[in-house]
Design a protein around this ligand. Sequence first.
Ligand code: 5GP
Ligand code: MN
Length: 354
Amino acid sequence: MSLKKERYMITKVIHEEKIQKAKKYLEKGERFVIITHVTPDGDAIGSALGLYHFLIAYGKDNVSIVVPNNFPQFYKWMPGCKEIVIHEKYSEFAEQLIREADVIFCLDFNEPKRIEKLAPFVLEAKGRKVMIDHHLNPADFCRVTISYPEMSSTSEMIFRFICRIGLFDLINRDCATCIYTGMMTDTGAFTYNSNKPEIYTIISELIKKGIDKDLIYRKVNQVHSESRLRMMGYVLFEKMKVYPEKHAALITLSKEELNRFHYITGDTEGFVNLPLSIEGVLFSVFIREDKDYVKVSLRSVGDFPCNQFANRFFNGGGHKNASGGEFYGSLVEAIDTFEKGLEEFNPNEIEDLK
Ligand code: 5GP
Ligand code: MN
């Protein structure tokens, strides 16, 4: 079967008028900036770099990626990642790029709050803004809002976007590698949020573009430090609290504990998922003391909407089964807030929502 024929097997998800508008910006634009959310994850970096490689292949030579802060070491093998400008390190340069851009892509976030200190610069910027994202309730700050929460990842949407503007052929191996990485990481290597058959049609196309999906998995998942693994052991043995009657579990780490295990960004990635392997645990929360605030990560399996918990108690949001938030106060207060929250709202109460 020809590539062209298979391409048409993918549903047209993105509305045509959005494609046409964005296409016009692509044709006319000269200076492009791609922005993604704070503490970028695999989908943030994958979608940004996927779009970056596409724009370069399309013939644009002034394309930048700006992120609010650093991203984990295990994404630093990704093609093009050295081009990413970190606002926290190169503030003036990053702000100048945003100011001078004529097109700004906002990827993998739905509201300015998610880019923290970058927000005022993006909101003030004159460039035409295009959001491509899959979080619920997109805020209205872009000229074109391409937001489809039913999509598994923003990276998948980048693939669909490129196809819809008729430029599938410009997806090269580097572009495909980045798109695949984002799709893989946002679905836990296709273990959740990944039942839609078209995901696998897309993967099949990406493999034809020359990606090595097995190698990508290893590069993301098998490159951790010894101290991270020891920290994981410590967390499971000493720091995990299970609330059986609430079907919930909690893990916490203070700054001192993180220092003890030589914590670097990304070291605690995936910890929040660990308690979900316990039979009966449907809701897991990981609370980590950060520089200026306490970071909260929430995960659930099944119907319990952990984004509602994040929203009610931790000033956050996200997806039904994977969400996050921030807490301004001490670690002890954050734990207290979690436990009080759990009294009111836990997977036992799910029937009340219906
Ligand atoms: P993580 O736990 O990996 O940091 O975040 C999981 C998901 O939760 C992210 O993909 C994002 O959708 C959402 N999220 C994380 N932190 C925040 C936050 O502070 N506010 C909101 N609204 N969503 C968040
Ligand atoms: Mn995402």
